[in-house]
Write a protein that binds this ligand. Structure first.
Ligand code: ATP
Ligand code: MG
Length: 318
C-alpha cells in the first residue's frame, strides 16, 4: 500500500442541506416578520466532519449527492475551504432547511424538507465513486441518516466494499441504518447514549451498563467504539483499553455538530497514527473547541492544542 493511502480521509454525506438561519429580534406567529440577519451554511454530517478535519490542517475529500440546481453554493464553499469535491450531481436542488431564531426568547423553530429522492442508478454511481476513492484513501467516514428511499442496508454494503479495499470505516448513524451497518463490522462507530440505547433495545442507567454494551460491540468485531455522552465526554474503547474521557471546561456557544467534531478528531488521530489515549484526548479537545464556536464552526488547531492538557482520562481495568 502506498504511504499516502494510509492517511487519506473521505467523508460521505447522502442527504446534505443548506441551512438558512433567520434571526428576528422577536418572532410573531401569524404576523409579518422582518428578518434581522440571515446566514447560509452548508450542512450535512459528513460535510461537518470534513470541515473540522480540514481546519486541523489535514486534507480531506467529500462525496455523496448534491442537487445540480444549487450545487454552486457547495462548490464555492469546498473551494474556499480547500476540500476536495467528489459529490455526484443529481437532478433537482439540495434542500434548504430554515431555522427561525427569536432573539428575545432564544427559541429556535425549524422547517425541514425531506430532501431529493434518489434512484437506483444514483446509488450505483455513488458506489462506483466510492470504489475509485478507495484506491487512494484509507479512512472513510459514513455519517448521518439515510435518505428516505435509500435501502436500509446501504451503509452495510458501502462498508463491505470499503473493507474489501482494506479501508477503515467510521460509521456514525442511528436506528436501522446503524443496526444494519454493524453487520459489516465497520472499524469504528460513534453512537451517542440514546442511539446506543436504541441499538441495544433498553435504557442504560449506569456507567457499568454502558461499559457492558461496549464490551458486546467490541467482542462482536468493532475495533473502536466511541460512545459520546454530551457534556460528560465519551467512553472510548478498543480491544485493549476502556477510557472514560472528560472534556475540558469551555464556554458553550453551540453544541450543534459536537458529535461530528468528535468523529473528526478520532479520524484525524487515526490518520496521524496516534495511540487510543492520544486519539481520545485529541478528539475530545476538538469537540470542545467546536462547542465553544457558534453554529457548526470548527475550532482552529491552536485552540485545540490549548485544550488538550485539560482533557481528563480515566482508564477502567478490562
Ligand atoms: N458542553 C460541552 N462541553 C465540552 N464538550 C462537549 C460538550 N457537549 C458535548 N461535548 C463534546 O462533544 C462530544 C459529542 O457530543 P454529543 O454526545 O452531544 O454528540 P451527538 O449527540 O452525536 O451530537 P450531534 O448532534 O453532533 O450528532 C462529547 O463526547 C464531548 O466530547
Ligand atoms: Mg451524533
Amino acid at each position: 500500500m502506498n504511504k499516502q493511502k494510509k492517511t487519506k480521509i473521505v467523508t460521505i454525506t447522502l442527504n446534505p442541506a443548506i441551512d438558512q438561519t433567520l434571526y428576528f429580534s422577536q418572532f410573531h406567529v401569524g404576523q409579518v416578520n422582518r428578518v434581522g440577519r440571515k446566514c447560509l451554511d452548508p450542512a450535512g454530517k459528513g460535510i461537518n466532519v470534513a470541515k473540522v478535519i480540514q481546519s486541523l490542517g489535514h486534507d480531506v475529500a467529500v462525496s455523496g449527492f448534491l442537487g445540480r440546481e444549487n450545487a454552486y453554493f457547495f462548490e464555492q464553499y469546498f473551494q474556499a475551504a480547500g476540500i476536495s469535491d467528489h459529490f455526484i450531481r443529481v437532478d433537482g436542488a439540495t434542500r434548504v432547511n430554515t431555522k427561525i431564531i427569536d432573539e428575545s426568547t432564544g427559541q429556535v423553530s425549524e422547517i425541514n424538507f425531506p430532501g431529493i429522492q434518489y434512484n437506483a442508478s444514483n446509488f450505483q454511481e455513488l458506489k462506483n465513486v466510492i470504489m475509485q476513492l478507495a484506491e487512494e484513501a484509507k479512512l472513510f467516514v459514513l455519517s448521518g441518516s439515510l435518505p428516505g428511499n435509500a435501502p436500509l442496508d446501504l451503509y452495510r454494503e458501502f462498508t463491505e466494499i470499503l473493507k474489501s479495499y482494506d479501508c477503515k470505516v467510521f460509521l456514525d448513524t442511528s436506528g436501522g441504518a446503524l443496526a444494519e451497518g454493524l453487520k459489516a463490522k465497520p472499524y469504528a462507530i460513534k453512537p451517542n447514549l440514546s442511539e446506543l440505547e436504541q441499538l441495544i433495545g433498553h435504557s442504560l442507567e449506569q456507567e457499568r451498563d454502558v461499559l457492558n454494551a461496549v464490551e458486546t460491540l467490541i467482542s462482536g468485531g468493532i475495533a473502536k467504539v466511541v460512545i459520546s455522552l454530551g457534556g460528560k465526554g465519551a467512553l472510548i474503547a478498543d480491544g485493549r483499553q476502556r477510557l472514560l474521557v472528560r472534556p475540558p471546561d469551555v464556554r458553550v456557544s453551540s453544541t450543534v455538530g459536537a458529535g461530528d467534531a468528535l468523529v473528526a478528531g478520532m479520524v484525524y488521530g487515526e490518520a496521524q497514527g496516534m495511540s487510543l489515549e492520544e486519539q481520545a484526548r485529541w478528539a475530545t479537545a476538538v469537540a470542545a473547541a467546536s462547542v465553544a464556536q457558534p453554529g457548526t464552526q470548527a475550532g482552529q488547531l491552536y485552540e485545540v492544542e490549548k485544550l488538550i492538557p485539560n482533557v481528563i482520562i480515566k482508564e477502567w481495568e478490562v
